[in-house]
Structures are given as structure tokens and as C-alpha cells.
Ligand binder design. Structure first.
Ligand code: SF4
Length: 335
């Protein structure tokens, strides 16, 4: 990667911009929200270098694994690393591009703006806490492997989870990306018939599997890339809407992408929460006010679904709902 390619890559991250506060020699890649730098790019002794923030334990491991990773030059040695890249003399680097991408993403995540803590944040955490106390750890998503989760996310569209389970059982333990792509469309449709809309879903599943193939079905490879890019790629696929894309991002790949569904919209409407009326607004509302925490997002969505099934149905059954003390809809109904 040369300097311009490195800058262009950093610019693919949401809100990133380049800055030159120390003159042309140092390019600082910053977050738009808090102006914090996550990559400092410069040349030293004729070699392209980049300083990245890094968790100290991970930094220790990287320094041992790669000759070209060293304590941060001109920066805190414990929390920053310097990665030396190719020089003009083709001196090369032992850090593969994919590994470098993972280090940049890690630095970007460590320096990104923290959500504001206010009344709304406290209220959202209170909702989570009450649901978690009532229902326990939801252990979502039900699936043995990331690919099974991807398959479940496609199959669950417009059908109950019980039907998805029957369709998954029909694979007889052979479910894998290679197996799915090796099937004729009709054969696959027959296997997933219990999930309904099986002809369309067979096409959707093969489309998303072909997309996954470009990353050699490797979760680590996908995770090393910016979340916004993967979301964009998923949304461009036939049969992958916003909810499905976010299910895959969060539950299959472990990205911090909050999932919104009909239960979330209904709950926001009834409590109410000032979350907005459309998918992206509601998603942005939760992501703005909750800590950036994949496990929290994982549980939060699952718990909303569980409460939606148990209590906050189309016709609510408010007796015993763990959110009853917070809910304006219940108070209105009780009057
Ligand atoms: S109290 Fe009733 S309306 Fe409010 S969240 Fe619970 S079930 Fe829904």
C-alpha cells in the first residue's frame, strides 16, 4: 500500500477526514465527531509509516508477531504502535494488508466518539436492565456457525422462527456455503420449503453466499473491513433489506450494528421514545445513546423481541410486562 492508497483506505471509514496540522509531512486521519486522530501517516528513513492506537496487550502480541511493528514513534509507547510499510527501495513489510486493515479498524474503534451520556441514555439502559432481569441472557442468535446465522437471517424473513428451524433441519447437518452453492436452485428451494417463499429465498441465500465467497467465507476477513462498507455491500444484494443486513452484521460478524424490527418500532411508539419513524432514524437513535458495545446490542434486540412476543404484541398484554412502570401506553390504557 502506498501513501495515497493508505489515505484513501482510511477515508472509507464513516466520518473520517484527513488533516495536516504539522505540515505536509504528516497526514492525520481524524474522526469527524471528535476530531481525534486514529492514523498518523508519515515517512521515516525513506519508509512509509503509520501510527495507530492499540490496546496494550494486543500491541505486545503484534510487536512479537511482526518485525515491522514497533512502539509508537513520537507517541505513547504503551497505547500506540508504529507500522512500517513499503519504502521506495521496495524494502517491503512483513505486515500483510489484511492485518494492517484490522489494526486500522482497531485504532478507529478505540478513538471514535463516545455516545453522550444523558437522560435518554440512562432511560435506554434502564429498559435493558429491566428486560435482562426479567428474561435473563437471551443467548442470541440461535445458530452454531456464522454461516448458519446468515442462513437463518435470510430464512426468517416473513415467517415464524419455528418454520426456519424446520428448514435448517432439512439440511441434515450439511449446511455450508459450498453445499448451498453446489445445489441447483430447485433443490435448495425444496430443502428450505418450510420457511415459506422458498423460491425467492433460495435465490437470496445463494446471492448472499456468493457475496461471502469473495471473502473466502472467512469471518475474520470481513471483520477487518469497515462496518459501513460491509453494510453497503449487503444492502446492495437482492433479498437483503436493512433488518437482514443488520442481523448479519451483528450476529454473524460481531459488528456493532443495532438491529431494528417491528417490535422495536412498536415499543418506541408505545413507551414512547423520541426515536423517529423510520428504520434508519430508530437505529441511529439507539446507536447514539447506547455505548458502542456489540454484546449490549446483541442482547438488547433479542430482549425486545422476547418482550414483543410475550407482552408487547399488536394487542398488548401489559400485565406482567417488565416495562410497565416506564410505559405511557399502559398508563393511558389503565385510565
Ligand atoms: S406495558 Fe404494555 S404497551 Fe407498554 S411495553 Fe409493556 S406490553 Fe407494551
Amino acid at each position: 500500500m502506498n501513501r495515497q492508497e493508505l489515505i484513501s483506505y482510511c477515508l472509507t471509514y464513516a466520518g473520517a477526514y484527513e488533516d495536516y496540522p504539522f505540515g505536509e509531512e504528516w497526514t492525520v486521519m481524524r474522526h469527524g465527531g471528535n476530531r481525534k486522530g486514529f492514523a498518523f501517516i508519515y515517512e521515516r528513513d525513506g519508509r512509509l509509516c503509520v501510527n495507530l492506537k492499540c490496546d496494550p496487550m494486543r500491541a505486545d502480541f503484534l510487536r512479537q508477531a511482526f518485525r515491522n511493528v514497533s512502539p509508537g514513534y513520537h507517541m505513547n509507547h504503551e497505547h500506540w504502535i508504529t507500522v512500517a510499510l513499503d519504502g521506495p527501495d521496495q524494502s517491503g513489510s512483513d505486515v500483510p494488508d489484511l492485518e494492517l486493515a484490522g489494526m486500522i479498524k482497531h485504532s478507529y474503534d478505540l478513538t471514535k466518539p463516545k455516545p453522550k451520556r444523558g437522560k435518554t441514555a440512562a432511560r435506554l439502559m434502564d429498559i435493558h436492565s429491566r428486560l435482562r432481569t426479567h428474561y435473563g441472557n437471551p443467548h442470541w442468535w440461535p445458530g452454531e456457525t456464522p454461516y448458519e446465522i446468515i442462513t437463518g437471517a435470510i430464512l426468517t424473513q416473513n415467517t415464524a422462527w419455528g418454520n426456519v428451524k424446520k428448514a435448517l433441519a432439512n439440511f441434515g447437518g450439511r449446511l455450508s456455503p459450498e453445499y448451498v452453492l453446489g445445489l441447483e436452485h430447485g433443490e435448495l428451494a425444496e430443502i428450505i420449503r418450510p420457511a415459506g417463499f422458498f423460491n425467492q429465498k433460495a435465490g437470496y441465500l445463494q446471492t448472499v453466499t456468493s457475496w461471502f465467497r469473495q471473502y473466502e467465507y472467512d469471518v475474520g476477513t470481513v471483520r477487518a473491513l469497515p462496518q459501513a462498507r460491509i453494510r453497503e455491500e449487503l444492502l446492495a444484494l437482492r433479498g437483503v433489506g436493512r433488518e437482514t443486513a443488520d442481523d448479519i452484521l451483528l450476529y454473524a460478524f460481531g459488528f456493532s450494528s443495532f438491529v431494528v424490527d417491528a417490535y422495536t418500532m412498536r415499543l418506541a411508539d408505545r413507551l414512547p421514545l423520541p426515536a423517529g419513524q423510520d428504520y434508519e432514524a430508530v437505529k441511529a437513535f439507539f446507536e447514539k445513546h447506547l455505548p458502542l458495545d456489540t454484546q449490549l446490542y446483541n442482547e438488547y434486540h433479542a430482549l425486545i423481541v422476547m418482550n414483543g412476543n410475550a407482552h408487547c404484541r399488536k394487542k398488548p398484554s401489559c400485565g406482567g410486562c417488565p416495562l410497565i412502570e416506564l410505559c405511557a401506553a399502559e398508563r393511558k390504557a389503565a385510565r
